[in-house]
Design a protein around this ligand. Structure first.
Ligand SMILES: Cc1cc2nc3c(=O)[nH]c(=O)nc-3n(C[C@H](O)[C@H](O)[C@H](O)COP(=O)(O)O)c2cc1C
Length: 166
């Protein structure tokens, strides 16, 4: 049976909370990026990938180190990031509809988004990416999520096209 998979990276737990809201809305399996498969199983037809925006894009080892230095509690993602996962994921040989999201600080003057970088990589892996990369907002670097964002994430997930060959 076709299934949906949500893969996330998260330093302080905010992106994980968004991923869980999306997973619940889609009845999808939700996995932290270090546990994500290196070859996407054939029965996964919908893939949703999310990560925190770091330095205007996906995290790198240096930005994750900076996050670790700022953390007040245990980090969620302690291994690879979504950038490293997508860069090693085998090109996908079956049809997959994919969607990208990120979390970032709500500030109009801050450019850049991890979700845009995710969408670009998903297309390079031959996924169909029908929607626009979407951001969910945190109040500051450590969070918390802006009030209402988990509900908006669930609504976003329910609105996603499950399958598109366009
Ligand atoms: C090193 C570092 C760089 C960051 N750079 C940006 C940025 O360029 N733009 C932005 O909006 N937020 C930036 N942030 C804030 C993160 O997006 C925020 O920490 C993240 O959304 C929290 O999600 P998480 O709890 O899942 O890690 C940065 C955070 C860190 C730690």
């Amino acid at each position: 049976m076709a299934r949906s998979l949500v893969v996330y990276e998260s330093m302080f737990g905010n992106t994980r909370a968004v991923a869980e809201a999306i997973g619940e809305a889609l009845a999808a399996e939700v996995v932290e990026v270090s546990d994500a498969p290196d070859v996407l199983p054939d029965d996964v037809e919908v893939l949703v990938v999310g990560a925190p925006t770091h330095a205007f894009s996906l995290s790198r080892p240096a930005t994750r180190k900076s996050a670790a230095d700022q953390a007040t509690g245990a980090l969620v993602s302690t291994g690879r990031g979504v950038r490293e996962w997508l860069d090693t994921l085998a090109p996908i040989g079956h049809h997959v509809t994919a969607h990208a999201f990120d979390t970032r600080v709500k500030a109009g003057w801050l450019p850049g988004s991890a979700a845009k970088a995710i969408a670009k990589r998903l297309r390079a892996l031959h996924c169909t990416v029908p929607g626009r990369p979407t951001s969910f907002h945190v109040g500051g670097t450590l969070g918390p999520l802006v009030v209402g964002e988990p509900a908006r994430a669930a609504e976003w997930a329910r609105s996603l096209p499950a399958r598109s060959r366009t």
